[in-house]
Design a binder for this molecule. Structure first.
Ligand SMILES: [Zn+2]
Length: 77
């Protein structure tokens, strides 16, 4: 998947299986996914190099499965 395809999938809601399958579009490595404490904003980035991928956006109706990716205390806003 390309960066834009990953962004679109996350913004429109994808299954947890799809979410887990996302890798870095550049190196194919692991991607890490984080959700804002309010539950709508997200960040996805490449674990090995954020220059490969580091995207943030929002899903206004986030899937239930996102709750476990919520991170507290690591957001500036
Ligand atoms: Zn990468």
């Amino acid at each position: 998947m390309t960066h834009e395809e990953i962004r679109q999938a996350l913004m429109t809601g994808c299954s947890e299986e799809e979410l887990m399958a996302f890798g870095c579009p550049v190196c194919g490595g692991q991607a890490s996914f984080h959700v804002h404490p309010r539950g709508k904003g997200f960040v996805i980035r490449c674990v090995s190099d954020t220059r490969h991928m580091h995207m943030s956006d929002a899903n206004l109706s986030p899937p239930d499965g996102w709750a476990k990716y919520v991170e507290h205390g690591t957001w500036l806003s």
